[in-house]
Design a binder for this molecule. Sequence first.
Ligand SMILES: Cc1cc2nc3c(=O)[nH]c(=O)nc-3n(C[C@H](O)[C@H](O)[C@H](O)COP(=O)(O)OP(=O)(O)OC[C@H]3O[C@@H](n4cnc5c(N)ncnc54)[C@H](O)[C@@H]3O)c2cc1C
Length: 466
Amino acid sequence: MSDIKKYDVAVLGAGPGGYPAAIRAAQKGAKVALIETAEVGGTCLNRGCIPSKALIANGELYRQIQKSNEFGIFVEKVSFKYEAMAKRKDEIVSQMRKNVEGLVQSNKITLLSGYGRLISPQEIKIQGKDAQTIFAENIILATGSEPREIQAFPFDQKQILDSTSLLNRTELPKSIIIVGAGVIGCEFASLYNSLGVQVTLLELLPRILPMEAEEISLALTQSFTKRGIQIKTNVNVQSLQTSKNGVEANIGESVKAEIALVAVGRSLNTKDIGLEKAGIVPEKNGIIKVNERMETEVPGIFAVGDIASKWWLAHVATHQGIIAAENATGGNERMHYNAIPSVIFTDPEIGTVGMTLAQAKEMGYSPIVGSYPFQALGKAQASKHTEGFAQVIVDKPTGQILGAQIFGYEATTLIAEMAVAIANELTMESIAETIHAHPTYAELWMESAFVALGTPLHLPPRKRLG
Ligand SMILES: Cc1cc2nc3c(=O)[nH]c(=O)nc-3n(C[C@H](O)[C@H](O)[C@H](O)COP(=O)(O)OP(=O)(O)OC[C@H]3O[C@@H](n4cnc5c(N)ncnc54)[C@H](O)[C@@H]3O)c2cc1C
């Protein structure tokens, strides 16, 4: 027992939930151990957000160059090498991973390489390179998630792939079936279509992006269809047969392609981390119950990231990690979920925050919607990004902004203004009265607020809504 190393805080998993938690705990003066079985940066940096967005940037640039003649720029012959795109992606990931390793080191955090399991509420046994057992006053669990496999058609990672093995490929297929039209499925559909791959998107539910506002699903469906992406909703994929010619999906009819991506959700890494040894009972779906302080039912053990809520977003994991670290080092911080921006890197992009119109009605509000098209915006016309719209969902009696959705160019950045507005309980009047620089895409919010107030500036007159 005496040679067991003691820490104030031990963090299990170095993804976007874990490593920020370790950094914040170290900043608060704690002696911190960070345990990671694979690479620092977790899913987001190594096989999620960053590599996918690096490839998506390639797709966007390629599409933009193809439209260059609309700007009077004539490019004789455009071509690309996917292998070079994949190499660029790998270089970005590897550089960013080094940066995170540097941060961990400069904050004097002990990085332990290996697979950790709780063996009591204050002990973790690590197997692997840095095999040992450590003791910690407080523990933050941040073990994340993996792609979910469907038993009827398991991944072979050659023809039936998950998002990780698809990202690792160095060549493009001619055609792809994507099973699951959630965020990951739609982002890959958009990327592959941009690069000339024939895409068929299969979704069990009645619409693509079923978790998003209906208006957003509809706009993306129209945009994808115009781009030639085949969408089949309300379909149950019963099997995926592989042969040397490719993959065949049985959905009542047969759909064929060279390869298939299965993107039907994630399974949480909570089965084999010794929760039972610490007295923690996860929910049926594997989620670990936590309170607003991110603390589990066992005092001193916190859980953050994908394993601790339904959000499954890197920025939520990071914020939860910071809250947990503050509380593990004597603070009393709470997590709030009313203004979480959610972003989707399709082309055009999507940004949402707060309530949809349907949710606001369900919650008993009397909502009105102020909506404004990109087409009516000077900046959008100038740069030829005229597809899409922004909309604000407003509580009519108080004018408070309840939610916002945007579909169009730079939507993933533009949604930040509405996150600030909702987090600070601002009204649509305050957005309308804020001077927005011209000509910018940010004017969409001011114009949407004008519409909601019944005083549209650059649209024909109409009555106050609601
Ligand atoms: C293709 C794709 C694209 C995505 N794009 C976005 C995006 O654009 N924006 C966004 O917000 N989110 C995105 N996400 C989701 C995002 O990646 C996750 O929500 C986020 O990574 C969750 O962070 P986490 O820290 O909870 O877990 P993870 O990032 O999964 O990290 C968990 C870490 O714990 C380690 N670990 C697990 N078990 C143990 C153990 N027992 N011992 C030691 N180490 C262990 C793992 O190796 C891993 O490194 C994307 C995901 C995917 C798959």
